[in-house]
Design a protein. Structure first.
Length: 475
């Protein structure tokens, strides 16, 4: 005690500081009670897929050859190490899910059950059930299953919006098939936007998630489900400290729609958007880089009818602030089709209020992809390393565009370094719409060495400008 008062006198330390220093260190959280209570609501999901789809999953390099073709047997025998795959080959996968209602509704990931011929659910009490697929949504990676059982333990839904970065969370699942494995960590970030994932504001955690955890629940310390474990970022295929979960409110909205109608309805307004950078904000006179820049407007679509123009910056939609371009698809998608809403845009240095009627996003809308139905055969790679083909009428309809060229193939060079990928659709070059490969190459050849070019590229549901400098021929 004497030493304590001497230190206070010598160094001016307060007695309260000593009280804090002398207090026992805060204990780490105890997860045992949470696991005992909530563990029985977590299930193991296994799927069986047979036929050509299973062959492709197991041997992705195998050509799509009919089984009665003489070459089918050759590839079947020589594309796997032990020389000989039974014709009734089956692909199996294992993952996780959790019970959301005592009468047998179960949430999991779409990618886990996609294409499955058989879905089996195993409970912690060792009972097994054949599950029925109620519906699945690829855009959010949420699937809803149903088993014939009652009185089941179910989870309690939490509120992801109340979570704080840094708080503890727990995952339960079947990594690599090890059932009912428990891992814990903290919330690393909220509202993460991932490439090609426009409708989910992901929860990022450092919880150990591995193959087999897909579809399992993410719990807060109150034992409430706050997310559905879905993805990891990895260069090895295993956990590297970056895991992503779908917020439970997003997942439950999807499941409620699937229960009610067997399908998911989303709003759309018919614009291609991109992120506002600091440089773009300055050029548009915006006080800060926020909002969604409209790259193009679908002719005759809801945005066109409402008076939205290319180069407008959407700042608010239905009273909700659009902080970044990734916010807009989620806000619009969650708006009921047919609803009239107010939106605020930035145009020519000032804000403008517009009224728009939200349309419905086609259920199976997908970007143009390689298929048997093509326009012209690909030309040789051009100055920037791209092999382009013209869009077919079906692809134009699917993409809702009157022009554009599909990147069919590419060689390493200027365009690949700038971020262009096979499957992208180039809508314009230096603000000139392109309809034919010859037109694109003529415009490209006019660009002098050392000058910048800007390609308007559509990828998935979004469009962006990709810039690159012509340093000569493709090198």
């Amino acid at each position: 005690m004497i030493a304590k008062f001497l230190l206070v006198a010598l160094f001016g330390l307060s007695t309260s500081a000593f009280a804090e220093a002398e207090a026992p260190a805060r204990e780490l959280p105890d997860f045992t009670g949470l696991v005992e209570r909530e563990g029985p609501s977590v299930v193991n999901i296994s799927t069986v897929q047979s036929g050509n789809a299973a062959t492709e999953r197991a041997f992705p390099g195998m050509p799509n050859i009919p089984e009665d073709d003489p070459f089918f047997e050759f590839f079947r025998r020589h594309m796997q190490p032990h020389g000989g795959m039974p014709r009734d080959f089956e692909s199996r996968s294992v993952g996780s899910g959790f019970i959301i209602s005592s009468d047998g509704y179960i949430l999991t990931n779409t990618h886990l059950i996609d294409g499955a011929d058989e879905i089996n659910v195993k409970l912690t009490d060792k009972r097994e059930f054949r599950a029925k697929l109620i519906g699945a949504d690829r855009k959010t990676d949420i699937a809803l299953l149903k088993i014939d059982a009652t009185g089941l333990p179910k989870v309690t839904q939490g509120d992801p919006n109340q979570m704080k970065v840094g708080e503890w969370v727990v995952a339960i699942g079947s990594p690599f098939g090890f059932e009912n494995s428990v891992t814990a960590g903290i919330v690393s970030a909220k509202g993460r936007s991932l490439a090609q994932e426009n409708f989910v504001p992901f929860i990022q955690t450092d919880v150990a998630i591995n193959p087999g955890n897909s579809g399992g629940p993410l719990f807060n310390m109150n034992g409430e489900v706050v997310g559905v474990n879905s993805q990891i970022y990895s260069r090895t295929g295993g956990f590297m400290g970056l895991s992503f979960a779908i917020p439970i409110d997003v997942a439950r909205d999807i499941s409620n729609q699937l229960i009610a109608s067997g399908r998911v309805s989303r709003g759309r307004i018919g614009v291609l958007i991109q992120e506002i950078t600091k440089e773009l904000a300055e050029s548009f006179g915006l006080p800060k880089p926020a909002g969604a820049l409209v790259a193009s407007v679908q002719k005759g679509g809801p945005a066109d009818k409402a008076g939205i123009q290319a180069r407008d910056v959407i700042l608010k939609f239905d009273g909700k602030t659009v902080n970044s371009s990734g916010d807009l698809p989620r806000i619009v998608g969650s708006t009921k089709p047919g609803t009239k809403v107010q939106m605020q845009v930035w145009r020519n240095g000032s804000t403008k209020e517009l009224t728009i009627t939200v349309d419905e996003l086609p259920e199976d809308e997908k970007p143009a992809a390689r298929s048997g139905k093509r326009g012209k055969m690909p030309d040789a790679a051009n100055r920037i390393g791209l092999s382009l083909i013209e869009l077919t009428s079906d692809q134009k309809k699917e993409l809702e565009t009157e022009s554009g060229l599909l990147v069919e193939d590419m060689v390493p060079g200027i365009a690949s370094r700038a971020g262009v990928r096979p499957g992208d659709v180039i809508l314009s070059i230096n603000n000139q719409d392109v309809k034919t490969v010859d037109q694109f190459n003529q415009l490209l050849n006019k660009v002098e060495k050392g000058r910048n070019i800007a390609l308007l590229v559509k990828r998935g549901d979004t469009a962006t400008f990709i810039t690159m400098k012509m340093n000569g021929e493709n090198k």
